[in-house]
Design a protein around this ligand. Structure first.
Ligand code: ACM
Length: 513
């Protein structure tokens, strides 16, 4: 009799435990990346169900974004709460009337208890970043595109979170190989999931001109028709490009267009003979050498060309920045280079934009609103600080996504370094170059050059998982970043990568769960 009694109570206890969700792992075990600024576990958990109601406070469309995001895997078509209020079973998105200074533009506060989810922020952008955290608190199956038989439980918690750097981005080179609008949209979705806010598109180089310029049509008609290895190339019409810009904007990502000049310009030089000092157009180029091309820097037509290009690109760009390249101009004389950068900076400013250039631009006299992107030369980074400029940190040895992981990587290059997942993670923008203090650092960007990258599978193999670490470097405070805990959290993202169909590199340094 006694034995039966114990079993009966044991079963009751089990049932009670299941109903109260006390078996749910607590939020600190949830492997969030980037790790939030502050995170506390609460009591119990919240179950998102078909009857969960949406409450929206303050002007924002994040509730629609959230509903659409979770619809495929849950099969739920969540409704708005009647009277925009609910006692229980709700997800609430609120723009704060009284702003919380600490949260800034992108920060958010998330409170989950058994009754519901409350996400608050100063701006819709903060709510958007907060939804990325909610995604990671839900089971990984939330990322699947077909309905899953899963209980959608979120552990009770209180998270307060905001970014360490205002600029957190990736760069995609669409010149060496061209990637169409659907690939770029997928790229945007993947970086947005890790709270990045910038996509820099490298739109013109020796191997291809990829953005339609209506006043100089041969740039794409001729200059866009091939790629590294002699592939078919391609380009974005201005309508395509606008589609990308708008898609990114809906995900609170700013597109930074780059027209690389005065070197890296063979595609333009091949399209218009008058841009060459000898008036002769070279052949299109499909190799991977650098440093052999230059616009004819002292010809007036060169600046008519640049004025038209910057005018048209600026008109397609809601963001503040236009990137003018400026790297590896080995075929341009030093004094010509300086003359060129200063004239081009004035044109960018004339069209209401700030200029970004690779770190070599600091050899010129720059206005304070221009930004140097550090990739190679520490002296240039220091000189940027002396000029009072902001710097985007993209050191090739750590942040270049096209570097091979090791000598066995099937694609990629290794001229800067082999960059294993730990090496890509274990650095800080504010200590990487001494005498470049945090006050001068706008943020971090991880560039993917595409000499060896031909399709989306290749992109994903080099980008994942390293970009996830760069996203954490950009977002999370330095004292919370730690390789040992990071690699455990990263290993736990395997199910998410799989659910998203990401072809990621299975580094041996990570225990993929
Ligand atoms: C660069 O890698 N040439 C910026």
């Amino acid at each position: 009799m006694k034995k039966i009694k114990i079993s009966f109570f044991f079963i009751l206890t089990l049932l009670f435990t299941a109903c109260n969700n006390t078996s749910v792992e607590d939020v600190t075990q949830k492997s969030l990346i980037p790790i939030p600024v502050s995170m506390e576990a609460g009591e119990g958990a919240f179950d998102l169900t078909a009857y969960t109601q949406i409450v929206t406070k303050g002007e924002n469309s994040i509730s629609t974004y959230f509903k659409n995001l979770i619809a495929p895997a849950t099969g739920f078509d969540l409704k708005n709460a009647e009277g925009n209020a609910a006692e229980s079973n709700y997800v609430e998105f609120e723009i704060l009337k009284e702003k919380q200074e600490k949260l800034g533009k992108e920060g958010y506060e998330l409170i989950v208890d058994e009754k519901g989810i409350k996400l608050t922020a100063n701006e819709a952008e903060g709510l958007f970043r907060g939804v990325q955290t909610i995604r990671q608190l839900l089971p990984a199956d939330i990322e699947k595109t077909a309905k899953q038989a899963v209980k959608w439980t979120i552990p009770a918690c209180h998270i307060k979170d905001y970014p360490n750097y205002e600029h957190r981005g990736a760069m995609l080179d669409v010149s060496r190989h061209f990637f169409g609008v659907p690939d770029v949209k997928r790229f945007i979705d993947l970086i947005a999931a890790y709270k990045m806010n910038v996509l820099h598109l490298h739109l013109a180089d020796d191997q291809g001109w990829r953005i339609e310029i209506k006043s100089w049509p041969n740039l794409t008609k001729h200059g866009g028709k091939t790629a590294v290895g002699g592939g078919k190339g391609g380009f974005y019409t201005q309508e395509d490009y606008t589609e990308i810009v708008n898609y990114a904007k809906e995900r609170y990502i700013t597109i930074i267009p780059e027209i690389d000049m005065p070197g890296h310009t063979n595609a333009a030089l091949s399209s218009y003979p008058e841009l060459n000092c000898d008036g002769k157009a070279p052949e299109l180029y499909t190799g991977i050498e650098v440093g052999f091309s230059s616009l004819c820097v002292r010809k007036p037509i060169t600046y008519e060309f640049i004025d038209s290009v910057i005018r048209e690109v600026a008109a397609l760009t809601p963001g503040n920045y236009i990137h003018i390249g400026g790297d590896e101009s080995h075929a341009t004389k030093k004094e010509d280079y300086i003359y060129f950068i200063e004239k081009t900076q004035a044109i960018v400013n004339k069209y209401g934009k700030q200029m970004i250039g690779w770190d070599e631009i600091v050899t010129s006299n720059l206005t304070k609103n221009s930004v140097a992107q550090h990739w190679a030369t520490e002296k240039n980074a220091k000189s940027a600080v002396k000029q009072g400029l902001k710097i985007i940190m993209s050191p090739a040895k750590r942040a270049y996504l096209d570097m091979q992981y090791d000598s066995t990587s099937r694609i990629g290059l290794h001229w800067a370094a082999y960059v294993e997942v730990d090496s890509g993670y274990l650095w800080s923008p504010d200590t990487f170059v001494d005498s470049v203090p945090k006050a001068n650092i706008l943020g971090i960007e991880a560039p993917l050059w595409t000499e060896t990258v031909e399709n989306m599978d290749d992109i994903e193999y080099l980008v994942f998982p390293r970009l996830v670490g760069h996203a954490e470097i950009g977002w999370s405070p330095k004292d919370l970043r730690d390789w040992t805990t990071y690699k455990t959290r990263l290993g736990n993202h395997k199910d998410r990568f799989d659910a998203l169909g990401i072809n990621f590199y299975r580094s041996k340094l990570v225990d993929w769960k």
